[in-house]
Write a protein that binds this ligand. Structure first.
Ligand SMILES: *[C@@H]1O[C@H](CO)[C@@H](O)[C@H](O)[C@H]1NC(C)=O
Ligand SMILES: *[C@@H]1O[C@H](CO)[C@@H](O)[C@H](O)[C@H]1NC(C)=O
Ligand SMILES: *[C@@H]1O[C@H](CO)[C@@H](O)[C@H](O)[C@H]1NC(C)=O
Ligand SMILES: *[C@@H]1O[C@H](CO)[C@@H](O)[C@H](O)[C@H]1NC(C)=O
Ligand SMILES: *[C@@H]1O[C@H](CO)[C@@H](O)[C@H](O)[C@H]1NC(C)=O
Ligand SMILES: *[C@@H]1O[C@H](CO)[C@@H](O)[C@H](O)[C@H]1NC(C)=O
Ligand SMILES: *[C@@H]1O[C@H](CO)[C@@H](O)[C@H](O)[C@H]1NC(C)=O
Length: 668
């Protein structure tokens, strides 16, 4: 506490120098600056920084140079953008872990940006005008929150260029290139220390360069972002230049410490030593303070005691505040989609997560059947327990994206809820259960007909294609298998658990590669590198094709005389000219021979060990629909699998498996 008082006395009374013409100005601090227009939460602090937002939720602040700057050259009938250059120092301070949403350097025809919104819009745009070319807004964003799928962001710590839209034209994780090694050094925008930024636009080359670096590092020779764009159609003749920042449910204090700008030349460098640096409030309550307090020569022991008590109280206050912030960031992610359920409602719906309502237990947790009281809607509630806080936090960010996925072959994620260490995901209820149960559960008397099986496989393929190619970003499922294929009342296939493998990934230590996947469905390169790709999903789908056609699991550890590897077994049946002998004996003769042959061969094509020769899902669907002929690929498979031991004389019609332990080991 005493150190904060000392700090107050130590504040430097800087004189801000502001020169008077519009196209060249410099602020070495903003104390008594009369040339700024502030609105929203923006204010100039006592020590001469612009605080665009404090840690209040859902606010935005703007700070513009009060006079407009001329940015178009209208000389020869056509107007072209002028060069400009700017240097500024910003500082983003956050108590707790959830930092948001970021700040931006902005050039705009208006000083107030009337349609702008807080939260992820950074006070630049709003739902009503985002992407409208009549905005004439150019911005460079320094964004500390990540909302997947919506704003073309790379991560929760990026620099982006925004033109008329908060959806960045280009976005790059924050960092700088060091001169010596030309290596990119990561830089955490929200580290709570000042960061210097340089933005330069050349009218001749039409190249926009952006660089950032900590104060200790001079301007890097190589910019972080270099983007070629003609700003002539974006600019109006006169534009206001300044800064914008916003908070949402995630909050930070956003500061600008100094600023230099000029058109048609290089902005004057800032004198770093003149800038005052905002202090995070928690610094004044650290443990050093009390020892310093004791060091002052004050005879009055009760005064010291009072100091200690007050100091402790303040420490506790900040500790609690920090804890509250931490909890908040977990609870209050910027989510409208999907719906967030109340724990109470889910508790009631599942009769208190009663054992009798348990539908199954998977790699990620237990699944309960539930009926939502208000609507009478049947749902499946997946309860994922004992997660690390970090894992959940990042995963919740992804729920926003998963919840917007809609496809008739995906199980819809209806909502979520988080309570303590439990994450609850609410899905549509699938009355017919999983493909795995239907194929292998002895209790199911009726076996699936071939027609049903073929339709299910086509549905699964369509669902995977959506994840791979038709959604706004590529989603690798990572755990395609029969138990993740669910069936609705019309026996249509619906893929479940998509995106969940990411939860696992987020939760694990990056230094230990934890492979997500299921033995028998896992491609050799996935078990080797741990890096899932769309072709590892294709491999898993190939294993599923064989499984459904043969009615056997991809790997049967107990098959006599030894373990059975389905891929090798089908290959061997084929080599012996008895491909159809691999068909599920429970089907009897009731199947279409051509379709069966197609599914078996396609299964082998998808399960080739070299990922680059596996077909894409789009191609797989063309094969399944008969739009394309499999012949060429098939000869390829054969040459690859020639090495399989064909010596065994076992008949493929018997259920007795032939072994290839080497390929079994590959699957681990
Ligand atoms: C900037 O402020 C100074 C004094 O505070 C004033 O004299 C000057 O005209 C202002 N410049 C502009 C461009 O408004
Ligand atoms: C933020 O600023 C507003 C007014 O500008 C003030 O009322 C509020 O208390 C401040 N909040 C914090 C957390 O400092
Ligand atoms: C873009 O903004 C202009 C002016 O506000 C408005 O007239 C126009 O309808 C908007 N266009 C779209 C597509 O929203
Ligand atoms: C990028 O900027 C241009 C303006 O030149 C804009 O028309 C375009 O929509 C933006 N987005 C992409 C993805 O290029
Ligand atoms: C998203 O950003 C990337 C580069 O960061 C760019 O290539 C792409 O065009 C952008 N997409 C959209 C839709 O703006
Ligand atoms: C890096 O190079 C640029 C120009 O090439 C120079 O201005 C800058 O001072 C250099 N930085 C360091 C740390 O040497
Ligand atoms: C606490 O003490 C350490 C070393 O004694 C010092 O580096 C640090 O800056 C101090 N912190 C504060 C808030 O005074």
């Amino acid at each position: 506490m005493v150190s904060s008082i000392a700090l107050l006395f130590l504040v430097l009374f800087l004189t801000s120098s502001a020169r008077s013409f519009a196209d060249d100005f410099i602020f070495s601090g903003f104390k008594r600056a009369s040339n700024l227009s502030l609105d929203g939460s923006a204010r100039v602090t006592n020590d001469g920084t612009i605080q665009l937002t404090n840690e209040t939720r859902r606010v935005m602040g703007h700070a513009f140079f009060s006079s407009p700057v001329r940015l178009l050259d209208n000389q020869h009938g056509s107007s072209s953008a002028l060069s400009f250059s700017t240097i500024f120092v910003f500082d983003i301070i956050t108590i707790g872990t959830g930092s948001g949403h970021g700040l931006a350097f902005v050039m705009s025809p208006s000083k107030t940006l009337p349609q702008a919104d807080s939260g992820p819009y950074l006070g630049l745009f709003g739902a009503g005008n985002n992407g409208n070319s009549s905005n004439h807004v150019f911005a460079v964003e320094f964004d500390t929150a990540y909302i997947p799928g919506m704003f073309n962001e790379t991560n929760g710590n990026h620099v982006g260029i925004d033109i008329n839209s908060i959806i960045s034209n280009i976005s790059t994780p924050a960092g700088y290139y060091s001169n010596d090694s030309n290596k990119k050094v990561d830089l955490d925008l929200k580290m709570g220390k000042p960061i210097q930024a340089w933005i330069d636009y050349s009218a001749n080359t039409r190249v926009l360069n952006v660089a950032i670096a900590p104060l200790s590092v001079p301007k890097p020779g190589r910019p972080l972002v270099s983007y070629t764009i003609d700003l002539s159609p974006i600019f109006k003749e006169y534009m206001y230049v300044g800064f914008s920042a916003s908070t949402g449910k995630l909050v930070s204090s956003h500061y600008i410490l100094g600023w230099s700008f000029r058109t048609d030349g290089i902005a004057a460098p800032l004198d770093i030593s003149q800038l005052s640096i905002p202090q995070p409030p928690s610094a004044s309550s650290s443990s050093n303070s009390s020892s310093k307090a004791l060091a002052i020569k004050i005879g009055d022991i009760t005064f010291i005691a009072t100091l200690i008590v007050v100091g402790t109280a303040i420490s506790i206050f900040f500790y609690l505040k920090q804890r509250a912030k931490l909890a908040e960031t977990l609870e209050d992610w910027e989510l409208d989609h999907p719906h967030r359920f109340r724990y109470k409602d889910l508790y009631k719906a599942t009769k208190g997560f009663k054992e009798t309502e348990l539908l199954g237990r998977g790699g990620f947790g237990q699944v309960f059947k539930g009926v939502i009281k208000d609507t009478g809607e049947e749902v499946a509630v997946k309860k994922i327990s004992n997660n690390t806080r970090q894992g959940i936090r990042e995963f919740i960010a992804e729920i926003a994206s998963l919840g917007r996925m809609r496809h008739r072959h995906l199980v819809e994620l209806k909502g979520w809820c988080k309570r303590n260490e439990d994450l609850l995901l609410v899905y549509e209820f699938m009355p017919e259960g999983s493909l795995d149960t239907l194929l292998f559960d002895g209790k199911t008397s009726a076996t699936l007909s071939w027609q049903q099986r073929f339709k299910i496989l086509k549905g699964v393929a369509a669902g995977i294609l959506y994840l791979h190619e038709e959604w706004e970003q590529v989603v690798v499922h990572r755990d395609i298998k029969a138990s993740n294929v669910l069936l609705d009342s019309a026996m249509n296939a619906r893929i479940g658990d998509f995106g969940l493998a990411r939860l696992h990934e987020h939760g694990t230590n990056p230094h230990t590669t934890h492979v997500v996947g299921t033995l028998g469905y896992m491609s050799p390169e996935l078990s080797r590198t741990g890096k899932p790709t769309t072709s590892s999903d294709v491999f898993a789908f190939g294993a599923l094709l064989l499984e459904v056609a043969c009615g056997r699991r991809p790997i049967e550890p107990d098959a006599p005389p030894m373990q059975l590897n389905l891929v090798d077994w089908v290959t061997e049946c084929w080599a012996r000219g008895e491909l159809l002998g691999a068909a599920d004996p429970r089907l009897g003769k009731f199947y279409d021979g051509e379709e069966m042959e197609l599914v078996l061969k396609l299964g082998l094509v998808c399960c080739q060990s070299a990922p680059e020769v596996r077909p894409s899902m789009r191609r797989v669907i063309r094969y399944l629909n008969g739009d394309e002929n499999l012949a060429d690929d098939v000869s390829l498979v054969f040459s690859e699998r020639e090495s399989v031991n064909l010596a065994s004389g076992d008949s493929c019609n018997s259920s007795c498996g032939i072994i290839s332990t080497s390929s079994l080991n590959k699957g681990r």
